[in-house]
Each structure stands twice: as structure tokens, then as C-alpha cells.
Design a protein around this ligand. Structure first.
Ligand SMILES: *Cc1c(COP(=O)(O)O)cnc(C)c1O
Length: 365
């Protein structure tokens, strides 16, 4: 049996006719940048999350950059964030000349440990940038309360969690700004790069929309220094089609997760846990094991692909050497980065396949 990790080919088959016709239509109309498809997608994203404003953009990384720019984060500012994420989270802070200040994660959900934030706040701290890792939101109520108490901005990097809920509300509706990514392998993926920024604040929404178009006010008249961060019409066409079915896709991913939990032997590995009051999109199904390197090779040999999200904490990355962090600074992050293993996760995995994957893991650990 050969297992596909994200199974994007099968996903295209699901929407084949509609998507191929839509792509051809865009090609023939020659309306490639922004336009009606993009504004309709933005309306439909707002409907999906249940309020606020949605501004689509070129990628999940651009979405983070736009969020930080819109909130005025600049050189010399400090932004508190997690060391256990994709590089873009801290990279976009550093790109603006601000300083990522890392705080260790919780062993329960691998997200920022809210209780460790308070003593990292200084006079220079301007914002908290939290992540919904593997598709599960962090403790957004506590994060909002902390931001309010210290007059900080709160940004949620929801690149992995579009559609996830915290206390029955989509996580995109928390904080000052939330972002997401439509990278192909994310739960809602387009056919290239794409992303979106969400906010409940109209003035911020207008600023983000302008920043995305080089800070323009009207054509060739510029009020801010922004970026070329537009979403293509082609991607918008694809996302509009996939969004209609997305609730069902999230349900299927959760069903796959339930079946993994049923068949994997919890005595010798740690299963992911969705905590009370939250839902997950299961962007990844990530377990923790002790003998990871050996297991990866053995699984690969029998056709079971795996991935590591992520093998090295951001505080230990070469690009952040200048920040002065050392091994031992964030023990939970460092321990977890040695143990995490993401298993194949897509809505097309059958119970038989999951049982077979689980059986092959159980007998090796
Ligand atoms: C994927 C991802 C991003 C970046 O998204 P792109 O669309 O690839 O730029 C940012 N943060 C997290 C947590 C991600 O998983």
C-alpha cells in the first residue's frame, strides 16, 4: 500500500470540472489580477467566519507582514511570539526590524504558554503574535485579556487553522488581526500561493487593503509604504469553489484524526489532543515518539510518508543567531522538536489505510 501525505491530486479530482472550467474562463477573460472573483471570495470568507472583514493577499507570509505593517510594528519594537512554528511567523517580525521575543510553548497543545508571557513584556513590547499550530487555536480568551491588560496588539497566525473555532467562534475573529494561508497543503489550499487577513475593525481593514496594493489610495497615489501582495483571480476562482465544501472537508479531517486515535497505541506514543472549548482543522496529525529517526525510515520503506513540523526551534535557527538565544532557553519547544512526527493527513484516507498505518507504527514502538 502506498499512502499519499496530503493527496492534492485526489482533491483536484473532486472539483475537476468546475475548477478547470473556471481557470479557462479566467484565461479567456484575461482579468488576472484582483477583480470580481477576488472581491466575491472576500465576501464569502466573511460569511464563512461569521463577520468582520477579509482582505485576501499573496501568501500567508504576506498576510503576516500586512498585519504587522497595519499595526505599525517597526524597528526597535518587540513582538512576543512562539519559537515552535513555521519560520514566517518570526521572520516577518524581523523583516520589519522589530525583535521577535520568544516564549516557550505548552506541552498540551504546542501553542504559546500564556502564563509565561507576562514577565517578557517590556516598555518596547508592542504586540503578541500567537499561532494556531497544527490547526488548533491557542488560549485566545487569555491572550485577548493579556493584550488588553498591557495595551498590546494581538495577532493570530492562523495559517494552519482557517475554520477552527475557539468557544464556538472562528479563530479568525479573535485579536486585532488574524491571518491565514491558502498554500496548497493547508486545509483550504489554492493552486499556488495565497493568503488572507481578517479584522473586525473597519479602519484597519481599509489600511490593510491599501497596504496590499503598495499603500495606494487611488491609482498611482500612495499613502503608505506597502507591498505588492495581491491574490490572483485564478486562485480566487479555485478557492471559491473549494470553500463551498470546506466545512465537510474539516469534518472529514476530524474523522481521520478520530480513527488514528482509535487505532494508535497510546501507551507508547503521545496523541494530539483537542482541548476543551476548541476545534481543530487538523492541518497536521502530529504525534510524539521517542525513536523518531528510525521509525521515519522504516515507515518510508513500506510507503508511509511522514514529516516533521518542526525539527528546530526558531530561537536556534541560524538566521536568528543575532538575537542571542541558546540551547536550553525553551525546554518544551526543544524537547517536542525532537519528538514530533506528522502522519499522513487528508480527507481521503480510508479506515483501512489508517488502520494499516497505525498497525505499522504500533509494532515498531
Ligand atoms: C504555512 C505557514 C505560514 C506561511 O504561509 P505561506 O502561505 O506559505 O506564506 C505562516 N505561518 C504558519 C504557522 C504556517 O504554517
Amino acid at each position: 500500500m502506498q499512502i499519499d501525505f496530503a493527496n492534492l491530486k485526489q482533491c483536484h479530482q473532486d472539483y475537476k470540472q468546475e475548477i478547470e472550467e473556471g481557470m479557462l474562463r479566467v484565461a479567456r477573460e484575461a482579468n488576472y489580477i484582483m477583480g470580481e472573483e477576488v472581491s466575491k471570495l472576500e465576501e464569502e470568507l466573511v460569511d464563512f467566519i461569521g463577520g468582520g472583514y477579509a482582505i485576501t493577499c499573496g501568501s500567508g507570509s504576506d498576510a503576516l507582514l500586512l498585519a504587522l505593517l497595519a499595526l505599525g510594528i517597526k524597528s526597535g519594537d518587540e513582538v512576543i511570539t512562539t519559537p515552535f512554528s513555521f519560520i514566517a511567523t518570526a521572520e516577518m517580525i524581523a523583516l520589519l526590524g522589530a525583535k521577535p521575543v520568544f516564549v516557550d510553548i505548552s506541552l498540551k497543545d504546542y501553542n504559546l504558554d500564556v502564563h509565561l508571557i507576562e514577565h517578557k513584556i517590556t516598555a518596547k513590547t508592542k504586540a503578541i503574535l500567537a499561532v494556531s499550530l497544527y490547526g488548533q487555536p491557542p488560549q485566545l480568551n487569555l491572550l485577548e485579556a493579556m493584550a488588553r491588560k498591557y495595551n498590546l496588539k494581538l495577532i493570530l497566525d492562523g495559517a494552519q487553522s482557517f475554520g477552527a473555532e475557539f468557544l464556538k467562534k472562528k479563530d479568525s475573529l479573535y485579536g486585532d488581526i488574524a491571518t491565514t494561508s491558502f498554500f496548497p497543503a493547508k486545509p483550504l489550499g489554492c493552486y499556488g500561493d495565497g493568503g488572507a487577513v481578517f479584522t473586525k475593525d473597519e479602519a484597519l481593514a481599509l489600511k490593510i487593503a491599501s497596504l496590499r496594493l503598495h499603500g495606494q489610495k487611488q491609482r498611482y497615489i500612495h499613502q503608505y509604504i506597502g507591498i505588492g501582495g495581491r491574490l490572483d483571480a485564478l486562485q480566487a476562482v479555485i478557492l471559491r469553489i473549494k470553500l463551498r465544501n470546506f466545512k465537510e472537508v474539516i469534518q472529514k479531517r476530524n474523522f481521520v484524526a478520530l480513527q488514528y486515535a482509535k487505532y494508535l497505541n497510546e501507551d507508547s506514543l503521545v496523541l494530539p489532543r483537542v482541548l476543551k472549548g476548541r476545534t481543530s482543522t487538523f492541518a497536521q496529525y502530529t504525534i510524539r515518539v521517542k525513536n523518531r529517526a528510525k521509525l521515519i525510515l522504516e515507515l518510508e520503506n513500506i510507503g508511509i510518508p511522514t514529516a516533521i513540523h518542526y525539527p528546530l526551534g526558531l530561537h536556534l535557527q541560524e538566521c536568528f543567531r543575532g538575537l542571542g538565544y541558546q540551547k536550553g532557553d525553551f525546554l518544551v519547544c526543544e524537547r517536542v522538536s525532537q519528538e514530533v512526527l506528522s502522519l499522513p493527513m487528508n480527507p481521503y484516507l480510508s479506515e483501512e489505510q489508517i488502520q494499516w498505518i497505525a498497525h505499522n507504527i504500533n509494532k515498531r514502538i
